[in-house]
Design a binder for this molecule. Structure first.
Ligand SMILES: [Mn+2]
Length: 344
């Protein structure tokens, strides 16, 4: 039994297509995914706006709410909650050069329209969190945009969201690059700066993804710790990443087991989840994975998370204190290695 509640997105069951080749698995129907998520131990689903309401650009505001209610009925059927809604601005022809930071006024207005509709969808799904993954917000050509102007555009856009709905919370999911060359809000530290500059900082926080922190050259457990220290870590996307390359979204813990242990440990030490926060497992199956194994990366991430939770619950804080007092960090490090290797 885990102390945590877990969440997952429909995109975590994917057909395997990438930039260099076609699909390797069949598509899975939304309800079939949701049913399986509930079976394997998830209690909430994360949504892009158009995961909940496909083709939403062609629908009226009222039609969008009606479609969202149908999704809520599916969640209710399997006793799942919705964790958040994220406007998917990076896939749309209107936001080729970004949304909130686009140099085109019409594109910025479109980005706000989608974000307001995401808030409407969140209300229909019974959740109070909007996640901003700022995928194309930054520059491909460094001189094309002022980073000062772009940062202020982001703050203005968040202020409009806060004014649109007095209860909604905004979570920025920072990432330093990809698909953009240079992003504007790359780490949890940036998120805290943006939060402080808005009209309602208590409603603006962060969601930390392990792979994104590694891409920024940082340790995810310290990014998590920084957000927790500020009282503004309201979501996590635990996964893993082999070095600084394309965003891999590997099964949690498979590359950096000690880092994964420390992410779970810092979350446990600070009672993450006590305000209803979920552990999101934002993991992707390998392209070679067969249809029948398409949920294995999720099941494995859950197993590894729970195993690390068990290891962290046995962490010997008395021994740790003695090692620190004696400045025996070699001894402490070997203790952690033995704990992780199962050598008692
Ligand atoms: Mn990722």
């Amino acid at each position: 039994m885990s102390r945590f509640k877990f969440s997952v997105g429909p995109w975590n069951i994917h057909d395997g297509a990438d930039s260099y080749g076609p699909a390797t698995r069949n598509e899975v129907d939304f309800e079939a995914k949701v049913k399986k998520f509930a079976e394997i131990g998830f209690s909430a689903v994360q949504f892009h706006d158009d995961d909940a309401v496909p083709n939403m650009n062609e629908l009226s505001e009222e039609e969008i709410k009606i479609e969202a209610r149908k999704v809520k009925a599916i969640l209710d059927k399997y006793n799942l909650s919705a964790e958040f809604v994220a406007p998917r601005l990076w896939m749309d022809p209107h936001t080729i050069d970004g949304g909130f930071m686009s140099t085109c006024k019409e594109d910025r207005e479109f980005a706000m329209w989608r974000t307001y509709r995401s808030i409407d969808i969140a209300n229909e799904l019974g959740c109070d969190k909007i996640v901003l993954w700022l995928a194309r917000e930054g520059t491909l050509c460094a001189e094309s945009k002022s980073p000062v102007w772009a940062t202020k555009q982001l703050i203005d856009a968040i202020n409009k969201m806060l004014e649109y709905d007095e209860k909604i919370k905004i979570l920025i999911e920072p990432k330093p690059n990809e698909p953009i060359d240079r992003s504007i809000c790359g780490t949890i530290g940036h998120v805290m700066g943006v939060s402080a500059a808005t009209i309602d900082p208590p409603r603006v926080g962060g969601l930390l993804e392990s792979a994104h922190a590694i891409l920024a050259g940082l340790d995810p457990s310290h990014e998590i710790g920084f957000g927790l220290a500020m009282g503004k870590l309201w979501g996590v996307h635990l996964n893993d990443q082999n070095g600084i390359k394309f965003d891999q979204d590997k099964t949690f813990g498979v590359e950096n087991l000690r880092q994964a242990f420390n992410q779970i440990k810092v979350l446990m030490e600070n009672n993450y989840g006590s305000n209803g926060e979920y552990i999101g497992l934002d993991v992707k199956a390998m392209r070679t994975t067969k249809n029948e194994d398409r949920y294995k990366h999720l099941e494995n991430s859950l197993k590894i998370t729970k195993a690390l939770e068990e290891k962290a619950s046995r962490f010997d804080y008395d021994f740790q204190r003695k090692c620190v007092e004696n400045r025996d960090f070699e001894g402490l490090e070997m203790y952690v290695m033995n704990l992780l290797m199962g050598i008692e």
